[in-house]
Design a binder for this molecule. Structure first.
Ligand SMILES: C[S@@+](CC[C@H](N)C(=O)[O-])C[C@H]1O[C@@H](n2cnc3c(N)ncnc32)[C@H](O)[C@@H]1O
Length: 251
């Protein structure tokens, strides 16, 4: 993004949010709404998994995680449901994952902590980032990593040869959660690499922030069965994709 792009984006957003009621919003982002009839459709599996996850997320609470990490400013978002995706991630990990979960984008570890909480003992979580978890005020602890249930790898999965190295891990996963930079570059390359995955069991891709401007074309380019679950996930967009038969991604 050039300085001019940044200036124009700020000016457009300021104009679009000129009404007082919009100015008062804590955080807003410009977006594009697209027709759905000419987009890839959902399937029975996604609808059934989603209905169960929505209901389960209603009946769960992450208050204890919020309490345990209350000194961290983002802990207030754990239990915002609907509106945030943390409860949903916990129940998807519980209902779906058996062997492996992959997360792209660890940051302060909130989403990792929720999936760790939900996933069964048999399951392992591998979380990728470019910055080590210890560099942030983290919701994760040394004990979490010592338990062997979670591993962090500091590598860039947009690189095809790096991705190739981890392909067996992806083939074994039942849940892939992508919450990376949304910079208009990474997700395009990562999803292109993800088309090489041949899941060995039912596998769901959960894509965060699908309503952000940089993610609209990424979401639209997905031709596999998919469902926009934003109303029961993260306000900036939560997309579910059934990639059991592989990912079709056509930019
Ligand atoms: C929005 S944060 C993730 C938030 C986290 N999933 C949560 O809910 O708590 C995005 C993260 O993506 C990481 N990131 C940026 N580029 C990346 C890349 N190429 N590969 C993996 N992670 C990347 C950033 O360092 C940052 O920690």
């Amino acid at each position: 993004m050039t300085q001019l792009d940044i200036f124009l984006a700020r000016a457009v957003k300021r104009y679009l949010t000129r009404k007082p009621v919009l100015r008062a919003v804590r955080h807003s982002e410009p977006s594009i709404i697209c027709s759905a009839d000419d987009d890839a459709q959902t399937n029975d599996l996604l609808v059934e998994l989603s209905l169960k996850a929505i209901q389960d997320a209603r009946n769960t609470s992450l208050r204890d995680l919020a309490e345990k990490n209350k000194e961290l400013p983002d802990a207030v978002y754990y239990d915002v449901y609907p509106g945030n995706h943390y409860r949903l991630l916990q129940v998807l990990a519980r209902n779906l994952a058996r062997r492996r979960i992959i997360e792209v984008g660890t940051f302060t570890g909130m989403s990792s902590a929720c999936m760790l909480r939900g996933m069964p003992e048999s399951c392992k979580l591998t979380t990728f980032d470019l910055v080590a978890w210890r560099q942030f005020g983290s919701h994760l602890s040394e004990e979490d990593f010592a338990s062997g249930r979670i591993t962090q790898i500091l590598e860039d999965l947009s690189n095809p040869s790096t991705f190739e190295k981890h392909l067996p891990l992806f083939n074994e996963s039942e849940l892939i959660f992508c919450d990376a930079p949304k910079d208009g570059i990474f997700e395009h390359k990562f999803l292109t690499n993800l088309t090489r995955v041949k899941p060995t069991s039912t596998c769901l891709l959960v894509l965060d922030d699908i309503r952000l401007l940089n993610m609209i074309d990424v979401w639209r380019a997905i031709k596999s069965p998919k469902l926009d679950l934003t109303s029961f996930g993260h306000w900036a967009g939560t997309g579910l994709v059934d990639i059991t038969e592989g990912l079709r991604f056509e930019l």
